[in-house]
Design a protein around this ligand. Structure first.
Ligand code: TIU
Length: 226
């Protein structure tokens, strides 16, 4: 196979070059449980409206990526209804209003098949895209994500979604250790804590992109073939 043409994205700490056909856009956990009131994120005491702010930019990026022929991976954090894949340490952590598996206004929190587990309608997956259920914060733990990426020859990952310092950063670090070149889209990821988002962006791109690059969705859309 001939080498795919490289696209160049203005990024920090320097340009991020990527072959579109070997790059996946990854949307981490854009689920009602994190973004809407009454879900898992709210049960932990968080202000979920912060996360809703990235939806328009992520939606524009998703549309442009699809129009350019790019492949998309959506992840969903959640557990089987019997919670057999939820470690007690995760369920019992802290003192939340409701725990994983308890019934809330959007169904049982973080349980597969419940309304709150679904990806928000604005970013709904379409045919041909991978929807990956994961029991942990990182998308490689307990899943066959690496196999799916290998089957498609994916070498580069574009990260978006929530929350920046929890599931997004954990997955990006897992990917970095597995040899993928990763870029995090600054205005298409969000945290319940602005200072944690800022720190994550800074630590990812420090030391010559020790974990990966950061860039904006506007620059990425502009870098895609018309
Ligand atoms: N609590 C929090 O910030 N995040 C999570 O529990 N999961 C994800 O980040 N998806």
């Amino acid at each position: 196979m001939a080498d795919a043409p490289l696209l160049t994205l203005p990024a920090q700490p320097g340009p991020f070059t990527f072959p579109l056909a070997q790059t996946a856009l990854v949307l981490i956990d854009m689920q009602r449980d994190f973004v809407e009131p009454g879900g898992f994120g709210a049960s932990l005491g968080n202000d979920v409206t912060r996360l809703q702010a990235i939806v328009p930019a992520l939606r524009r990026l998703l549309a442009a990526w699809r129009a350019a022929g790019g492949w998309v991976v959506h992840t969903r954090e959640g557990h089987r209804p019997d919670l057999s894949d939820c470690p007690p340490a995760k369920r019992l952590r802290g003192a939340p209003g409701l725990r994983i598996g308890d019934a809330g206004p959007m169904g049982r929190l973080l349980v597969q098949g419940e309304p709150g587990h679904a990806i928000i309608p604005e970013l709904a997956p379409v045919e041909g895209e991978l929807v990956l259920d994961k029991p942990g914060k990182g998308a490689f733990y307990g899943t066959d994500l690496q196999q799916h990426l290998a089957e498609r020859g994916i070498t580069h990952l574009v990260f978006t979604g929530v929350t920046t310092e929890v599931c997004v950063q954990t997955t990006m670090r897992e990917a970095n250790d597995r040899g993928y070149d990763c870029v995090l889209i600054e205005d298409a990821t969000e945290s319940y804590f602005p200072e944690f988002k800022a720190a994550t962006l800074a630590m990812v791109r420090a030391q010559g992109a020790i974990v990966g690059w950061t860039a904006t969705s506007t620059d990425l859309i502009a870098a895609l073939p018309g």
